[in-house]
Design a binder for this molecule. Structure first.
Ligand code: I3P
Length: 109
């Protein structure tokens, strides 16, 4: 699955609150492949190598949990992604349908 997702980092590894300066929203082209959610700067191109920056932004979603971010009301269609190393991301999808689809696909892994 792939599509546009806008990301906000809420907690870093071990659940520590992401510090000011790194809490902004940033738009990515997301690609879910195997157990990894790639958050790429540019649009998905098949058969191209993933850049180092894109690898850095990749999120392992094995044992991660995606839920609807009902406690976040500043933006719509936002899902909350908790990873197994206790990072927390807010991810805004383009529509409610897209958000539900990402939640379903992430939790299926
Ligand atoms: C953050 C940025 C986010 C904001 C966050 C700020 O600043 O303005 O948009 O979250 O507020 O800290 P920076 O880019 O300097 O990290 P919201 O959009 O949810 O308000 P927060 O610290 O209350 O999460």
């Amino acid at each position: 699955k792939h599509g546009v997702l806008t990301r906000k980092s809420h907690a870093d590894m071990d659940g520590k609150r992401t510090p000011r300066g790194r809490r902004g929203w940033k738009k990515f082209y997301a690609v879910l492949k195997g157990m990894i959610l790639y958050l790429q700067k540019d649009e998905y191109k098949p058969d191209t190598d993933i850049s180092e920056v894109d690898l850095k932004n990749a999120v392992r979603i094995h044992h991660a949990l995606a839920t609807c971010a009902t406690d976040y009301s500043k933006r719509t269609n936002v899902l909350k992604l908790k990873t197994s190393d206790w990072r927390v991301f807010l991810l805004q999808a383009g529509s409610e349908e897209e958000m539900m689809s990402w939640i379903f696909r992430i939790n299926l892994v």
